[in-house]
Ligand binder design. Sequence first.
Ligand SMILES: Nc1ncnc2c1ncn2[C@@H]1O[C@H](COP(=O)(O)OP(=O)(O)OP(=O)(O)O)[C@@H](O)[C@H]1O
Length: 233
Amino acid sequence: MIRAEPLIEAVGLSAGYHGNPIINDIDLAVHAGEMVGLFGANGAGKTTTLLTLAGEISPLGGSVSLLGAPHPKSLFKAARQGLALLTDDRAVFPALTARDNLRLGQGTVGRAIEIFPELEEHLDRVTGLLSGGQQQMLSLGRILAAKPKVILADELSLGLAPLVVKRLLLALRAAADDGAAVLLVEQHVPLALAHADRACVLARGRIALEAPAAELREHPERVSDLYLSGSRT
Ligand SMILES: Nc1ncnc2c1ncn2[C@@H]1O[C@H](COP(=O)(O)OP(=O)(O)OP(=O)(O)O)[C@@H](O)[C@H]1O
């Protein structure tokens, strides 16, 4: 199969804080239509990797390309080119209604409701009164409604029930099937493997394993075994 060039790609990427590398010599590419799971123990460098790919952290070495061109080196500029960074902090405004939160996005309220129909009956409720899962759907729905080309998602499922996590992963899967490149950091490894195409495992800031998700579904211990050696903390 001939594959188009990746929508986001890191080559020999090193990055960290105050000049000290946390991730080293990472090669990682995500293509259109692909959902890649990025796994690893606490402190392995997953968030650092996502923030560097997003443009929030400047590389110490190597390079990042976005949509086939050098990364614009700022999240703001990357977002204007179609990159979305989703963090675990449920970026919603709690005092606004769900509808007004959706109106603040680049997509339409209708599109967000197509993605998460279960939010429709809550549109006129104050967002702070919604459950954690509903708030995360709102946050993800607002982003996905804008049809981003590259989605970097960091532990969307923190503290949520497995059924809600599955719902969020299905929405990300649908975005990938629609042509987006999705890179997903997730602690629920088997759930993420069920929906991803490929997995990368970080251990001590390096890619210790890269394999098709289908292969790892049968042997999820190949991922978790690396956690034992993978933490810096
Ligand atoms: N702003 C910062 N300044 C200095 N060190 C940091 C900073 N943010 C993270 N680190 C360190 O970088 C290392 C990797 O952190 P990172 O958050 O990338 O790991 P992670 O794999 O996402 O972990 P977790 O699963 O716990 O979120 C950790 O040792 C952490 O203490």
